[in-house]
Design a protein around this ligand. Sequence first.
Ligand code: AMP
Ligand code: ZN
Length: 664
Amino acid sequence: MNIEQKINQLREELRQHNYKYYVLDTPTISDYEFDMKLKELQQLEETHPEFYDPNSPTLRVGGEITKNFETVVHEHRMYSLDNSYSREDLLDWEKRIKKLVDGEVYYTCELKYDGASINLTYENGALSKAVTRGDGIQGDNVTTNVKTIKSVPLKLTGDFPPKFDIRGEIVLPYEGFAKMNQERIAVGEEPYANPRNTASGSLKLQDSSETAKRPLDCLLYSIKGNKLAITTQYESLVKARAWGFKVPVESKMVHSIDEVLDFITFWDEHRHDLPYETDGVVIKVNDLQQQEELGFTAKAPRWAMAYKFKAEQASTTLHEITYQVGRTGAITPVANLEPVLLAGTTVKRASLHNADQIAKLDIRVRDTVFVEKGGEIIPKIIGVDFQKRDQNSQPTQYITQCPECDTSLIRKEGEAQHYCPNDQGCPPQIIGRIQHYISRKAMDIEGLGGETVALLVNEGLITNYADLYQLTKEQIIPLERMAEKSADNLITGIEKSKEIPFERVLFALGIRYVGETVAKKLAKHYKSIDAIIAATEEELVNVDEIGIKIAQSVQEFFAAEGNKTLINRLQHYGVQLEISADKLANQTDTLKGQTFVVSGVFEKVSRNELKKLIEDNGGKVSSSISAKTSYIVAGANMGPSKLEKANTLGIEIISEDEFLSKIT
Ligand code: AMP
Ligand code: ZN
C-alpha cells in the first residue's frame, strides 16, 4: 500500500469509528485506539501535505480562526413555524389543510429540539458549507466551527444526491452543559444561563479549537434540494440517517391528528428523560406533493405546525433567602421554597443569582413566587404573585456581612456578584480552596477527599494547602473514620503530590480566572513562579490569550502577603514551582512572539524536531495559516492550498536553512 492509500484508509476507518461513536452511540474501539489512529494519520498528513483534504477527520480538532463570519444568502429560505398550544388549534389546522388538498393526509411528528438552527450544504458527499439561520434569508458562514462537531458527517455514505441542503439543530446536551458550568464555577467564572444560548454562542467563537472542546451535537430533520428522489418527509428522515446523519429516532409517522395528540401527550411527560432540551413537537404533512400544494404564508409553511409544551411553572411560597459562599468568596443568594412538584421533581430551592436580580423582581420573603424549570438545571424564580403579597412585607435587604465570617462584603464595579474579601479567615473559602488544590485536575492527591478536608479544617489541623505538607500520621489517626491504613495513604498521597508538574500546581493555587488552560500558558511562558510574580500587568497581558481580567487577578493574588508566605512554604516543602531543569535545557527566547506554520518535508531535521526547535526557542507552532502567522517554514512538497493562503495573506515563506540560521 502506498502512502496515499494508507492515508485514505485511515481517514475512512476514523470516519467509521466517529460515526459509530457520535451518531450511533455504539463505539467498537477504545478511545485510546482511536487516538492512536488519529495520531498516525496526523503524522502522515503532516509529512505529506500534498494529500490535504479539507474534510479529513484530523480537522475536527479545529484551530482555524475566524475574525468576521461571512454573510451567505440561503439558497432555500429558512422559514419560521406557526405555533399551536392545544388540541383545538391542531384540529383547526387539520381542517384548513383538508380544504386545500385531496386524499388522505399522513403526518410526521418530530420533537422540536431547542438549539441553534443550521443549514448544511453537501456537494458530492462532502460538507461544503454550514450557515446559521440568521433572519431566514441570509445567515453567517460558520463552517470551520461546525466541522468540529463530531456528529456532523464530513463525508457521506450510500446513494446521496450530488448536491443538497440539510437542516437541523445544533444542541448542547444537558450533561455536557452541566460539565462546562462546573468547570467555569471551579475557576470562579459565572456559569452559562442555558444550553440553547450556549450552543448558538459556540458557533460564533473565533477560535474553532474552542468550539471543538464543547460537547455539541447536531440533530437533522429536513432535506432541501432540486430533483431529489424523495416523496415523503418520513422517507427523507430515513434516507438522511442512512447517509450518516444523526436523525432523532423519536420521529414518527402517524395517520391522524388523534395519533399526533398521543405523540404529544407521551413526550410532554417523557421529554425530561431525553438528553437534550425540547420545547415542543413539530408536525409536518408527510407527503411532499401535498406539501407543495399547501405552500407557504409570508412567514411559515402551511404544511407544518409547532406544538409548544407548556413551560413548566408552579407557584409556591418563599420561606427564606439564604446566602452561600463559594471558594472564591462569591456570594450566591438561594431561595428556600415550600416544596413543590415541577417537571417531575420536587423543588425546594432555587437560585436567585445576585442582588440585582432580587431587586429587579422585587422578591420578598413570604411572597408567593412563580418557579419555572426551563433548560436550566436549577429552577429559577421568574416573578412574584403581587396579589398575594402581604401588606406589611418589606423589600429584601441584601446582606452586607458575610454569613459565614461576618466580614463586610464588597462588590467590584461592573460585577454582579458580592464577595467576601476575608479569603484567609472565611471557613467555606478556606475549605473550598484546599478542596480545589487536591482535586483531580489539580494536585490529584490520592487518599484525600473533600469531606476529609472539611474535617481537617474544622479540627483546626490545617488552614491552608501548605499546611497539608506538615500533617503527621499521629495527628490524623484520631480523626473520625480514619484508620491506620487510610492515614498512611493520605500521607503518601500528599508526599507524591510534590511531583506534580508546575503547570498543574499553578492551576491548583486557585487564582481567580486561572483555569487549566491559562495555567498551562503561563507556566510555559514564564517557566517559574518567580518569573510570574515578577511580571508586570503589561507583560502579562502581552502573553498570548491572557486578558486584562486575568492579569489583574494574577497580580492581586501574588500581592497578598498571605499568598507570598504560602508560596514560600510550598517551595520549601519541594512542590514544583518551576518547569524542571532537564525540560529547560536548550531553551531560549529567540523566537518569542512569533508564530510558525510548518509545511512540507525537510532535509536536516524531521518535522517534529523542527516544531520542537520552534517551541524550545520560545516560538509558537500553529497548524493553520492565519493573519497571526509570522512565518511559514516550507520544505519540499508544501501543500498547494497552504501556498495559496500564504500568498493571499502575504505571509513570508522561509526555507529550512533560513529558519535554522535564525536560532543559531
Ligand atoms: P420558531 O423559531 O419558533 O419559528 O421555530 C422554528 C424553528 O424550530 C426552526 O428554525 C428550527 O430551528 C426549530 N426546529 C426544531 N426542531 C425542528 C423540526 N423537527 N422541524 C423543523 N424545525 C425545527
Ligand atoms: Zn466570609
